[in-house]
Design a protein around this ligand. Structure first.
Ligand code: SAH
Length: 354
């Protein structure tokens, strides 16, 4: 974060840091040294960087801001070991991140904004609207803090927590480039997934970034009419425009898009819905991720029952659409997006951040 006097040092790429330090008369090796402290050794502040002259550390403390998250709450699932972290940012706002252990490695789900302005009618993160964007440093910090707290390497990152990542486009791009930089944590681009509610111009722009990440599109309905009931963004972009952007993304990147489809009991879970979804997903070669709706206290939507989920999946299968039911990780620990932050805000006696 850039304020009047201090530059957010952890949001600078190595090249930017080199330039910044050169303008302060530092030798080029310093930038690499500090970058490594921040992004490989995951230092929590300048005071950790013990091979740097003390005078320099003190000077930097006055001209740079150094973000680091503190965990205010950690919930661990007794069912599957999933951990949900509530972090406090430098300005007192709260964000949540989730750590999931899979056989193929550890996955972290991060937030990209404090709150969200997309207004999906079933999502806890939409309650209270958008507070602010997260800086690249604050997105990286969620992964760094979890690595330090668990003592385990993170191999997959999904940007599927609170916020609409493509509504914070520039910061997201910088975050991805720094996260996958071989001079930082060096997570493979193929192990990064970005989930969007479907901002068409940004999907087209993303297609030209030369990244190998996976894009997941929250579709949730196969007709404009139904989609508009669940997602206000559907009033801006039609499914036809979205399909066009998906095709463009695939043609430019060679990466298949995943369609996310949250099953809402009695709303979008009929076999006819499955037929319409198949007709969309088939030509695009998309994989479909079925998410049973996770009920949020403030809304009346219900999750569908098991038999309807199975019937939906069977219908996709019959149409040769690859559809998996997402394992519900951490169901016993406020699993749905934004629920932990919501609950914590009301526990603090009301709206701490809204
Ligand atoms: N803004 C992005 C990413 C954040 S939400 C997006 O819209 O994709 C991550 C996923 O969880 C989205 O597919 C979202 O629609 C879904 N989701 C949010 N609340 C949910 C709930 N209560 N139950 C099931 N899925 C939910």
């Amino acid at each position: 974060m850039e304020n009047a006097t201090r530059t957010d040092i952890k949001s600078l790429t190595l090249e930017e840091l080199e330039e910044e330090l050169a303008s302060r008369g530092e030798k080029p090796f310093r930038a690499r040294q500090v970058y490594q402290w921040m992004h490989v050794k995951l230092a929590r502040g300048f005071e950790d960087m013990h091979n740097l002259p003390k005078k320099l550390r003190e000077e930097w403390g006055t001209c740079f801001s150094y973000t680091a998250l503190s965990a205010v709450q950690v919930q661990e699932s007794r069912l599957d070991g999933t951990k949900k972290f509530l972090f406090e940012l430098g300005d007192g706002n709260l964000v949540e991140s989730v750590w999931m252990k899979y056989r193929h490695g550890n996955s972290v789900c991060i937030s990209s904004q404090v709150g969200c302005r997309m207004g999906c009618t079933f999502c806890a993160s939409a309650l209270g609207g958008l507070i602010r964007n997260l800086q690249p440093s604050e997105m990286l910090d969620q992964i760094y803090a979890i690595t330090l707290l668990t003592g385990e390497r993170v191999s997959n990152v999904v940007v599927m927590g609170t916020g609409e990542p493509l509504d914070n486009y520039e910061n997201l791009m910088k975050f991805i480039r720094m996260l996958t930089d071989d001079r930082g944590l060096h997570i493979s681009q193929r192990s990064v997934t970005v989930s969007t509610c479907g901002l068409v111009p940004q999907i087209r722009r993303l297609a030209g970034e030369g990244l190998q990440i996976t894009l997941a599109l929250s579709l949730h309905a196969a007709t404009d009419e139904k989609r508009k009931k669940l997602m206000p963004v559907a009033r801006r972009y039609s499914i036809q425009e979205l399909s066009g952007a998906c095709r463009y993304y695939f043609e430019n990147t060679g990466r298949r898009i995943t369609l996310e489809y949250s099953l809402v009991g009695g709303v979008n879970d009929s076999e006819e819905d499955a037929e319409l979804l198949s007709a969309l997903a088939g030509p695009l070669g998309c994989h479909v991720n079925l998410i049973p709706m996770n009920p949020v206290r403030e809304y009346s939507f219900q999750g569908p029952d098991r038999t309807r989920i199975r019937a939906f999946q069977n219908r996709l299968e019959k149409n040769k659409i690859n559809g998996t039911i997402r394992r519900e990780m951490g169901r016993d620990i406020d699993g749905a997006c934004g629920q932990l932050r919501r609950r914590s805000m009301s526990d603090f006696g009301g709206n701490k951040t809204c």
